[in-house]
Design a protein around this ligand. Structure first.
Ligand code: PHE
Length: 453
């Protein structure tokens, strides 16, 4: 056990798991998914999915991890169900795919930090050209992957825990200040209305499906990241309250990011919100202009801090993404931790090269495939992200809840949860978790998955 490492404290685990959850998913992806999904109706669905479907899956993941003290593949073996190791392997695959494109976007964020430092606010209007520059973005991506590997190689408490504890709260304070500023801008209320007043006619199956994918992606669920982090947690910790705190933190940051972005978008577009195209460029195209309005000095300070903290938020997520295949390699394949870290980081960086070239540089990867009834071809990066976030993660969640309820069995799951939660047995919470894990999660997630293939 000692050689695997552990979280030093309760707050350390929560900070690290919340650090995994809070990342580009909340600040970069959530606002543009909301914009593309028609606004508040998407937000409502996302919130519902987080509480009803994702929370029980999160509890199950942490319980499996803590019970077995193993990586996501080994965990299923340790519980006595080696046939279910495929589920862990699917998680490792999802982790590799997600990190491969996530690292590219993290490279954009880090690059924007440097642009803001130089006071280049015009970059917002040149975003399309900016991401075409594969040499530059590739170099930032390499720096990012290097930093991720460096932290992961330091082990669980030394690297991951320490970094998360300082950076998460700082980011939160900056976002809250920006929300307050956003509210004072002209047209702010139009943005807030788009974000918070639902128009249910905007809902179609694709929106449901992407809200679900977003919920899983944002909470780092369905691929064993929380089995892995759960494996470093001590027995006297309350899994339910930890999972609740992680979920609430993640949702709050996403919610605040939206509350910051839509008034900004409304301000920059002078209230013509419906003309705004969302997409992956949303924050990168919008924010530099907002920071410019602060004046040169303050603009540089706020702009650079924002993108630096965004990069750090991404870093605490990439760390958890890399930790999954690394834990697998260390525990199952018996590879030395340092070796595993660097080898896997290099492989994932290479897997990410087509995604790097899919944003205008290579016509082949930039309009890779036409699918899901869309007339416009989808680029390679979006394809990888759709497969991993919208399909593999909810499928993983479906199977993890099924596994918890019917294979490992409910009473074993409950037994594990009850350690660190003395009054759990017979409580409302236990009933809720049982109901969701046995019926709601596997059935609803299963149906949605089947409808998408
Ligand atoms: N939750 C992270 C984010 O929102 C991404 C992530 C997904 C991290 C899956 C780990 C596992 O940015």
């Amino acid at each position: 056990m000692a050689s695997r490492g552990n979280f030093n404290s309760k707050i350390g685990f929560i900070a690290a798991a919340a650090g995994s959850a809070v990342g580009l998913g909340n600040i970069w992806k959530f606002p543009f998914e909301v914009a593309d999904g028609g606004g508040a109706a998407f937000v409502l669905m996302y919130l519902g999915f987080c509480f009803i479907l994702c929370f029980p899956v999160m509890v199950t993941e942490i319980a499996i991890g803590r019970k077995t003290q193993k990586d996501p593949v080994g965990a299923f073996g340790a519980l006595g169900f080696p046939k279910w190791k495929f589920l862990g392997k699917m998680g490792v695959l999802a982790g590799v795919l997600i990190l491969s494109f996530y690292n590219v976007v993290a490279g954009w964020a880090f690059g924007y930090f440097l642009e803001m430092l130089m006071g280049n606010f015009a970059i917002g209007g040149q975003f399309g050209d900016y991401i075409k520059d594969v040499v530059k973005i590739g170099a930032y991506g390499a720096v990012f992957m290097f930093s991720t590997a460096f932290i992961v190689s330091k082990g669980v408490s030394g690297g991951i825990e320490k970094a998360s504890k300082i950076l998460m709260p700082t980011l939160l304070i900056l976002i809250i200040s920006l929300v307050a500023y956003a509210m004072t801008l002209p047209h702010a209320m139009e943005g807030v209305k788009f974000y918070l007043v639902p128009d249910f006619s905007e809902i179609n199956f694709e929106v449901v499906y992407s809200a679900l994918g977003q919920a899983f992606f944002s909470l780092s669920l369905g691929m064993g990241a929380l089995i892995t982090y759960g494996s470093y947690v001590s027995k006297d910790e309350n899994i339910i309250s930890s999972a609740a705190l992680i979920t609430l933190t993640d949702i709050s940051v996403a919610f605040l990011a939206g509350l910051m972005m839509f008034p900004f978008v409304a301000y920059m577009s002078e209230g013509n919100l419906h003309e705004v195209t969302g997409g992956p460029g949303l924050i990168f195209a919008t924010l530099p202009g907002v920071f410019e309005s602060f004046g040169p000095i303050l603009g540089i300070i706020v702009g650079a801090s924002f993108f630096l903290l965004l990069s750090f938020a991404a870093l605490t997520s990439t760390v958890s993404l890399l930790e999954v295949p690394v834990a697998y390699a260390v525990d199952e394949l018996k590879i030395d931790r340092k070796k595993a870290v660097w080898l896997i980081a290099i492989i994932i960086f290479i897997v990410g090269i087509p995604s790097l070239m899919a944003n205008g540089y290579s016509p082949f990867f930039s309009s890779f495939i036409t699918y899901m009834g869309n007339d416009n071809p989808t680029d390679f990066m979006t394809l990888v992200s759709d497969i991993a976030n919208d399909s593999l993660l909810p499928l993983g969640g479906c199977l993890i809840s099924f596994f918890g309820a019917y294979v490992w069995k409910k009473h074993n799951l409950n037994e594990e949860i009850a350690q660190g939660y003395p009054n759990y047995h017979g409580s409302f919470v236990e009933k809720f978790i049982n109901l969701m894990v046995s019926y709601f999660c596997p059935i609803v997630l299963g149906i949605i998955f089947i409808l998408t293939v």
